[in-house]
Design a protein around this ligand. Structure first.
Ligand SMILES: Cc1ncc(C[n+]2csc(CCOP(=O)(O)OP(=O)(O)O)c2C)c(N)n1
Ligand SMILES: [Mg+2]
Length: 252
């Protein structure tokens, strides 16, 4: 990890924070069409995970996706235009904040339905596996989504099919206004990987370097062998991974 890398990540996290400060200002001025969900306090998860990916890899995210979109390089003008419902927006102004999608960046979906991105990410990972093009798929979702049926279905299928997919839980300890302790019988959501026989770890979601290191390891072991012969030893098994990142969202 170099100083230049750390500075770049810090700049990216700051850019996301300032982008969302401006977004909130626009919301209060009634300039934004529809609703918005800020990711303030979760910037390090977006920046650390996205930094571990290659441009060819697939990403799905949720309605709280500004951080991932910006970290991936989605145009700020395009996102602001989208928020305001303009035709120049990344989704032609039809989707708003909750539907930031840009196929050129392999950001294949941003979902307002809790848990909807997971099966799509598994499908994309399977398409990569069948083509043999070495891509992996990463899906971001919240702690609340781990109580949804599609979470369990997607992990099960990913495990059985050994799909190259990384599931990233952004655990901000709340699903809307409900604390996690009222909806889940466990504290450590990475445990939810165990029934599917896939590795799961908890990472400090406030530490971008730790997020990057864990994401790099996950991507490394999920990416199919044969593509990375120049990069070091090839892990014996490939398949899905579950990463849980504990952090705190800034609530206003
Ligand atoms: C299937 C479905 N059920 C309910 C909702 C309403 N809803 C919107 S956000 C949310 C909470 C999700 O919590 P979590 O997954 O922890 O994500 P966070 O908002 O904390 O990032 C709910 C229940 C929805 N969008 N989709
Ligand atoms: Mg949550």
């Amino acid at each position: 990890m170099t100083t230049a890398q750390l500075k770049h990540w810090y700049t990216e996290m700051l850019r996301i924070r300032l982008f969302e400060d401006k977004t909130q200002e626009f919301v209060l001025r009634n300039l934004v069409q529809g609703t918005t969900h800020l990711c303030q306090g979760q910037e390090a998860v977006s920046v650390g995970v996205i930094a571990a990916l290659e441009a060819k890899d697939y990403v799905t995210m949720t309605y709280r996706g500004h951080g991932q979109a910006l970290a991936r390089g989605m145009s700020m003008d395009g996102i602001f235009a989208e928020l305001m419902g303009k035709r120049s927006g990344v989704s032609l102004g039809l989707g708003g904040s909750m539907h930031l999608t840009d196929a050129r960046l392999n950001m294949i979906g941003c979902f307002a339905i809790v848990g909807a991105g997971l099966p799509v990410a598994v499908g994309a990972a399977m398409s990569a596996k069948l083509r043999g093009d070495g891509r992996v798929s990463v899906t971001f979702f919240g702690d609340g989504a781990t109580n949804i049926g599609t979470f369990h279905e997607a992990l099960n299928m990913a495990s059985v099919w050994k799909a190259p997919v990384i599931f990233v839980i952004e655990n901000n300890l709340y699903g809307e206004y409900t604390p996690m302790r009222m909806t889940a019988p466990i504290d450590d959501l990475a445990e939810r990987a165990q029934p599917f026989r896939m590795p799961g770890v908890v990472v400090d979601g406030n530490d971008v370097a730790k997020v990057y290191a864990a994401a790099t390891e996950a991507v490394w072991s999920a990416r199919p062998t044969g593509i990375k012969v120049t990069r070091g030893p090839i892990p014996a098994s490939t398949g899905p991974k579950l990463r849980s990142r504990r952090g705190w969202r800034v609530i206003r």
